[in-house]
Each structure stands twice: as structure tokens, then as C-alpha cells.
Design a protein around this ligand. Structure first.
Ligand SMILES: [Zn+2]
Length: 380
């Protein structure tokens, strides 16, 4: 019971345990890696270990602080409860005055991007000023147990001007407080914040351990477990939440768009496909981008005839091999570069559909010439 329940990234666990063992936990930690890889889970475990009554080399998971903090591991009901307590339609002032803080023990705080309300959440939940101010005040109080731990989920959603509040705390950190920032990539945060943090980059977990994990957690059959593990990109949380049928449908649309671009299909068809993907409301656009990357990576590896590779989209291999005969590695690289530009544009809040349209059209231009001129596309 303790850190051994954590899946993957054992080198990170080892370093954290060593820090805890020596009583030298840094004031600011940055956990980076894809969604669902376990950054939040490990942050909660760290908070347990920092406050466990029987900590030696590991936390016990059974003492009162361990139990209380452990309840933070499933944030969904806590978020729901916090939003319900604030009222269904709060105004902007109320959202700041009653900040969304998840807490199951007086010393451990989780800050998550505030969706504002339960029904119709904000378009893009962000960490708010009120949440940061509340954490700032709390950080200077003496802990009830040993250490105050503040977990900032999706720290990259913090507005840059608010980040300065945060920077103030990091510049003169209270002796008994630790901030654990979670973000997909280190460069999602301001340099000034990043440079004060000890960064741990979470690596993808192997398909084997993820299959084992799914076996313990769910009712999927062996072939489905294998597919879910392969599609998860090394992220146990993603594997657990995946809807295989829906995922196949979506990835199939992604492949179709690449096929059309490679064939030089009509602009109208290309743009219609791009619009369908960009406007989906049930799937985060970042996930759709990931699907493009995963399909293109399969194409690239296929193009170089890599031996012993594990395809990311095993259920679409036949189609991808066919497509790979038409699209060479150089063209796949160009496509990936345009996706990189698209991803960078999204971080600057550029319109996702226009950008996906532009990317897809550039692929068509890079391949065979499209059948119709864009200005005449509407007449066809
Ligand atoms: Zn304990």
C-alpha cells in the first residue's frame, strides 16, 4: 500500500521517495506529460506521503491523513459538489469570491480549471484569480499535519497576468508548503515559473502494464484491452476512458481526410471533412489533433519500413498501409509540420477550424493537385 500502486514512471517515484525520506521536498514541482498519464494521481500520493503519520520509506494509506487526502484522487464528485454549493448560475464576481477549491484534508488543496457551472460549463475552463489568491493566503498558514501541498491541475490555463501572483509565492516560498504544477509540456508555463520548479517529465507507460491495469479495473475482453492500451499513447487514464467504437469512427474520419488530401479530392469535400472534425463538440479538439499525429506517425514508420514497430492504430492498419503507398515520408513530415503550426496557433487562441482548413489544404497542394480551384468549389 503506497507508491507501489502507481503505474509506470518508476524513476520519478524513486526520486520523490528519496526527497521525502530526507525531508527535503522542493517548494515547487512541475509534472509534465499527456493527459491521463498519472501526474495528478502521483501528486495526490506525494501529498499523502508528505503528511502520513507512519511514513518511513512509503506512505501507509491507512492513517487518518492518508485516508482523507486519498479521497482527493477522484476529483469529479468534489468539483460537482463545489459548483453545486456556489449555485448554478454564478456571476463573475461570485466565481472569484467563492473560488473552486477541492479539499479533503486541511493541508492539501487541489486547484482545477473552474468550469464556472455544472450544466453548460465555460467554453474553456481556466484557473482563476480567486483560486490563486486563496492558495496564496493558505500557503502561509502552519500546516495541521506536516506540509501544505497545493496541486494545480492544468496550470497552463492560468492567465499570464495572474501568474504573477503565483510567482510572488514562488519567489519567497513558505517553508512548509509545496506547489505541484501539472501541465502537458514545460513550455506551457512562463519561463519565470518554470525556472523555479523541479521538473519531472512523465514518460508513456508500456502497453503491457496498461493491459494489466485494465484487467484489474474493468470488464473489457483481452482483444479490447490490447487495443485500448495501444490507442492510449501510454496513458493509463486515457486507456480507461476510451470508447473503442467511437474512437475507431473518429480515427477513420481522420484517415479519410488524409486520403482525400493525398488523392487531390475536391476542395469542397476536403473542407467539409475538416469542418466536421473541427466542430465536434463531444471530443476535445486537442484529442483530434493527437489522432492526426498518431495516424501520421504510423504512416511515417510504415514509410521507413521500421522493423518490430507497434502500430498506434492497429485496427486501421490495412487502410494505412494502402495510404502509405501513396504518401511518402517527406510528405508525411510536411503534414506533421503543418500540425505543429496548428497546435501553436491554438495555444494563441486562433480559430481552430480555419487553421485545420489551412493545414488540410496545404496537404492537398503538397500532394496531387486538387480537382477544382478553391474559388469555384462552391459551384460544384
Ligand atoms: Zn499514512
Amino acid at each position: 500500500m503506497g507508491f507501489d500502486k502507481f503505474l509506470g514512471n518508476q524513476p520519478i517515484v524513486t526520486v520523490l521517495r528519496r526527497m521525502l525520506g530526507r525531508g527535503r521536498v522542493p517548494h515547487t514541482l512541475l509534472f509534465t506529460g499527456p493527459r491521463g498519464i498519472g501526474r495528478y494521481t502521483l501528486a495526490v500520493m506525494l501529498a499523502q506521503a508528505a503528511n502520513c503519520e507512519r511514513f518511513e520509506d512509503d506512505f501507509c494509506g491507512e492513517c487518518a491523513p492518508c485516508q482523507a487526502i486519498g479521497r482527493l484522487a477522484d476529483p469529479a464528485p468534489l468539483i460537482d459538489q463545489g459548483l453545486a454549493e456556489r449555485g448554478e448560475n454564478p456571476d463573475a464576481a461570485t466565481v472569484e469570491r467563492v473560488p473552486l477549491i477541492l479539499q479533503t484534508h486541511p493541508d492539501v488543496w487541489a486547484l482545477v480549471p473552474d468550469p464556472v457551472r455544472r450544466k453548460q460549463p465555460a467554453a474553456r475552463p481556466v484557473i482563476r484569480m480567486g483560486q490563486l489568491r486563496a492558495a496564496q493566503r493558505a500557503a502561509y498558514f502552519k500546516p495541521v499535519a506536516r506540509r501544505r501541498v497545493f496541486i494545480l491541475e492544468s496550470a497552463e490555463t492560468m492567465r499570464r497576468d495572474y501568474a504573477n501572483i503565483f510567482l510572488k509565492i514562488l519567489e519567497e516560498p513558505p517553508e512548509t508548503a509545496t506547489f505541484v504544477l501539472l501541465a502537458p509540456r514545460p513550455d506551457d508555463l512562463l519561463d519565470t515559473i518554470r525556472s523555479r520548479a523541479v521538473t519531472f517529465r512523465f514518460a508513456p507507460v508500456g502497453a503491457g502494464p496498461i493491459e494489466e491495469f485494465l484487467k484489474r479495473r474493468g470488464d473489457l475482453g483481452a482483444p479490447e484491452r490490447r487495443l485500448a492500451a495501444q490507442l492510449s499513447g501510454g496513458s493509463p487514464g486515457a486507456a480507461l476512458g476510451i470508447d473503442l467504437e467511437e474512437s475507431r469512427r473518429l480515427r477513420s474520419e481522420v484517415v479519410e481526410l488524409i486520403e482525400r488530401a493525398a488523392e487531390g479530392g475536391s476542395w469542397a469535400e476536403l473542407l467539409a471533412g475538416s469542418e466536421r472534425l473541427a466542430k465536434r463538440e463531444d471530443e476535445r479538439f486537442e484529442n483530434i489533433l493527437e489522432m492526426f499525429y498518431s495516424v501520421l506517425t504510423d504512416l511515417l514508420e510504415h514509410g521507413f519500413a521500421l522493423q518490430g514497430r507497434t502500430p498506434r492504430n492497429p485496427d486501421l492498419q490495412g487502410r494505412l498501409e494502402k495510404l502509405g503507398r501513396r504518401v511518402g515520408p517527406a510528405q508525411v513530415r510536411q503534414m506533421m509540420e503543418s500540425l505543429d503550426r496548428l497546435a501553436a496557433g491554438l495555444r494563441r487562441n486562433l480559430n481552430r477550424q480555419l487553421n485545420l482548413d489551412a493545414a488540410v489544404c496545404s496537404w492537398a497542394l503538397g500532394g496531387a493537385a486538387p480537382r477544382s480551384h478553391p474559388r469555384r468549389a462552391s459551384g460544384r
